[in-house]
Design a protein around this ligand. Structure first.
Ligand code: PGA
Length: 244
């Protein structure tokens, strides 16, 4: 049986603790008991506050990144145990802003995925092609490389609680959503990869300028199991409209 669609907000570098707390309380009252799985990836500093505010609601709080090592001399980094201690239940890994602005490569992202799985912190691995790669007809190849390298050596049961997010880089924060057909084609590539790894039921989210007006047609596609929402997750009413 298919699970309820997963809607994941990604706040990026927005919101203080007070703003996060107010948002979580308002969202919980706006959406009530809902037939969606609702997640928010908040800044590190707001994880504890947001996770306390989410108690007794259907909202799940997580993080947007983490380091791959258990602990060590890595000034400014945050470990998996620190995230869990603060109350995070999932972590976004390999977001395109991490890949492109902070030059994270597939090998580093793979080590993070392994660390998260080891500690049972549910990872959401982001993959997606740039505009240039799409124009050059390389979408298929790029997605498969990111999936193969990101999930190197992982199969079957090890995919439990793992999620994939397909986010075309050209659609993130640009207002240009992929058409439902374009998104479905990319999701089918991800699904094919998962089938080969013996994990066909892993959720695959679409991300990139998702809004209340565009989400329904995206979720109607057979291989789109939810959405990763950036800009439209910052305003509580807009995010509630995206969820409902
Ligand atoms: P966007 O961001 O919805 O603002 O395009 C999506 C994301 O980066 O996860």
């Amino acid at each position: 049986m298919a699970l309820a669609p997963m809607i994941v907000g990604n706040w990026k570098m927005y919101k203080t603790r007070k703003e996060a707390e107010d948002f979580v309380r308002s969202l919980a009252s706006l959406i009530g008991p809902v037939s969606r799985q609702v997640f928010i990836a908040v800044p590190f500093t707001a994880i504890q506050t947001a996770s306390e505010a989410s108690k007794g609601t259907s909202i799940v709080i997580g993080a947007q990144n983490m380091h791959d090592e258990e602990e060590g001399a890595f000034t400014g980094e945050v470990s998996v145990k620190m995230l869990q201690d603060a109350g995070a239940r999932f972590v976004i890994l390999g977001h395109s802003e991490r890949r492109h602005i902070f030059h994270e490569d597939n090998a580093f992202i793979h080590r993070k995925v392994m660390r998260a799985i080891k500690h049972k912190l549910n990872p959401i691995l982001c993959v997606g092609e740039t505009q240039e790669e799409r124009v050059m007809g390389k979408t298929h190849e790029v997605l498969l490389r990111q999936l193969e390298e990101g999930f190197k050596g992982i199969k079957g049961e090890e995919f439990v609680n793992v999620t994939i997010a397909y986010e075309p880089v050209w659609a993130i924060g640009t207002g240009k959503t992929a058409t439902p057909q374009m998104a479905q084609e990319a999701h089918a590539i991800c699904r094919g990869f998962l089938q080969k790894r013996g994990a066909p039921h892993v959720n695959i989210l679409y991300g990139g300028s998702v809004k209340p007006e565009t989400i329904r047609d995206l979720l109607a596609q057979p291989d789109i199991d939810g959405a990763l929402v950036g800009g439209a997750s910052l305003d509580v009413q807009t995010f509630a409209n995206t969820i409902l």
